[in-house]
Design a protein around this ligand. Structure first.
Ligand code: ADP
Ligand code: NI
Length: 219
């Protein structure tokens, strides 16, 4: 199988597998991350794109959030798929490590690579800006969260587990995570895009609160 055929087959596999996915983690998220990762890779002068392409396509194949917190399922499904198509072991191994470590939570772990950094940047950029806002509110809706609640402080005051169980409103997710992403970018090209998306989110949060508290004269 040529590289081109492998990528095509992988796209079909992922598209099918994510056909019922939550809108923030669906095939279109994968497509955006794929395009962003290729854009960053090109700017960073990376020549061999196979692992980046496969990593982008397979990174949310079985997100632990939607599978009882099981962090191993994604790498496992991706590994089986790649083995079936006789991809070489070194590539399979890299892709599995990338899927395991791409997420926010597991980053503290020891593994890293240039490909992983680019994919983390791409995945995080898609959580920012206008699309990031849309994804956050969609996720909040999926979890039946309030848009905003002035009685719940935006910085967690309890333990992380208690905070999670408190069903914090979606607007809190901006202070909790989305407005921190800009400073977590690895590559120069992602930092540039992140700054613009960050500013857009800041404006949004400010405007949201102005409207909530009727601080805007809309006459
Ligand atoms: P990752 O999978 O990269 O570790 P997440 O799954 O936390 O990161 O984020 C993926 C998407 O889901 C982002 O767009 C993020 O805003 C959204 N999301 C995750 N948790 C929440 C939440 N508590 N409220 C709103 N959106 C969330
Ligand atoms: Ni993702």
């Amino acid at each position: 199988m040529t590289e081109l055929e492998l990528i095509k087959t992988t796209k079909q596999f992922v598209k099918h597998k994510l056909s019922d996915a939550e809108a923030g983690h669906d095939w279109f998220h994968i497509q955006r991350v794929y395009q962003l990762a290729l854009h960053i890779a090109q700017k960073e002068g990376i020549n061999d794109l196979l692992i980046i392409k496969l990593g982008a396509l397979l990174h949310d194949i079985a997100d632990a959030k939607f599978h009882d917190g099981n962090e191993d399922l994604g790498p496992q499904i991706a590994g089986q798929f790649l083995e079936k198509h006789a991809v070489n072991d070194a590539v399979i191994n890299e892709v599995k490590l990338i899927i395991k470590h791409i997420s926010f939570k597991t980053e503290a772990a020891s593994y890293t690579s240039d490909d992983l950094k680019i994919l983390q940047d791409a995945d995080r950029l898609d959580a920012m800006g206008a699309i990031g806002i849309a994804r956050a509110f969609n996720f909040g809706g999926y979890k039946n969260r309030a848009l905003y609640n002035p009685e719940i402080p935006s910085k967690p005051q309890q333990s992380k587990a208690e905070y999670k169980a408190s069903k914090a409103p979606t607007l809190n997710h901006f202070d909790e995570k989305l407005l921190l992403l800009k400073d977590q970018m690895h590559t120069k090209s992602a930092k540039k895009i992140a700054q613009k998306r960050h500013n857009y989110m800041l404006n949004f949060v400010e405007r949201f609160k102005q409207e909530w508290y009727l601080q805007i004269d809309e006459a």
